[in-house]
Design a protein around this ligand. Structure first.
Ligand code: SF4
Ligand code: MG
Length: 322
């Protein structure tokens, strides 16, 4: 709720003036049990920063993060340990988060020992179960990360998140580094886990095709703010915010035979240190009017379950769509 994260930029020994950048600017959303919510946007929009605040890998400057009724930011050290078990992260590059000198078995067992999740035999059972659940043979446990392909390593990364029986998984570009065919397999795996375990996901991605496949709802971010939120299919088929539409139209077509760019987003993303006044999208927006450069449009509910931060949303298209 109302997350704000500021970073200092510039200055230091290189000289220049230090500036405060609002990397995340009043971001609010919720994700229901068993649902997946996508955070999408171009690089630098703040989606990964938001995701990391959910695990307190980054401390927000303002706002609250409520998990199952508990405010994570107010939690005692003891309560936080329990929360750290219930919320797990899957990274884009599992290789970077796996110690190359440790076997898969050691990598999977470690969090169980840290959280004191049973005796040695129980831990061994949980490790066996997790590696099977992600579709790898038990023999994988005695091998090292470098012996696996990218897709297999991502399975190991997911298994490591699963051993602790989490309820929420924060996945930051989990398939972006993988080949398209492998992406589909990993998405299917996550889909199955979501269904079978009732897992919730916060899924960070710049790839709208992947988000369409996996996410029930989506938040589109631009320069630190959520500018549109709604059911994924509706947002991507009939965006209300002009930025959502250009983002969608500039995405590669999912059909690999036709991987062409449909449109280009006009203009550059402004530097976060030099945010335009008013609606930060106005320098690139075909629908901008004079007031767009002066006032910040609030994120308003425009239809059931759908909101957008725009003074002149694309209501006609959404209405035409029925
Ligand atoms: Fe474009 Fe104005 Fe809407 Fe911003 S508020 S997206 S500039 S029409
Ligand atoms: Mg990122």
């Amino acid at each position: 709720r109302n997350l704000v994260k500021r970073f200092e930029s510039g200055g230091g020994w290189l000289g220049g003036q230090k500036q405060i950048v609002r990397a995340v600017n009043d971001v609010s959303f919720s994700v229901a049990r068993g649902q997946s919510l996508g955070l999408v946007g171009e690089s630098g929009c703040g989606k990964s920063t938001v995701a990391r605040t959910l695990l307190r890998l980054i401390e927000p400057d303002e706002g609250s993060i409520v998990f199952d009724g508990q405010d994570i930011r107010q939690a005692s050290a003891q309560a936080m340990r329990a929360l750290r078990r219930r919320i797990q992260i899957v990274f884009q590059d599992p290789y970077a988060s796996l110690n190359p000198r440790r076997t898969v078995r050691q990598a999977l067992a470690e969090p169980l020992y840290v959280h004191k999740m049973g005796n040695a035999r129980q831990i061994a059972e949980k490790v066996d179960q997790a590696i099977s659940e992600v579709g790898l043979p038990l023999s994988a446990l005695d091998r090292y990360p470098h012996e696996f392909s990218g897709g297999q390593r991502q399975r190991i990364g997911i298994a490591r998140a699963l051993v602790l029986d989490p309820e929420l998984i924060v996945a930051d570009e989990p398939v972006s580094a993988l080949d398209v065919s492998v992406q589909a397999q990993i998405l299917q795996l996550m889909e199955r886990l979501k269904r079978d375990r009732g897992l919730s996901f916060v899924f960070v991605s710049h790839d709208l095709g992947v988000v369409r496949h996996f996410c029930d709802t989506v938040c589109v971010m631009y320069l630190g703010r959520i500018i549109e939120h709604g059911p994924t299919g509706q947002v991507l088929d009939h965006p209300l915010h002009p930025y959502s539409r250009v983002l969608r139209d500039s995405s590669p077509v999912p059909d690999p035979e036709a991987r062409i760019r449909l449109a280009r987003i006009e203009g550059e993303i402004p530097a976060p240190t030099h945010l335009p006044p008013g609606c930060t999208f106005h320098p690139r927006c075909a629908r901008a009017e004079a007031n767009c450069a002066q006032q910040v449009p609030p994120l308003n509910v425009l239809a059931a379950g759908r909101s957008a931060a725009c003074f002149y949303p694309l209501l006609e298209e959404a209405a035409l769509a029925g």
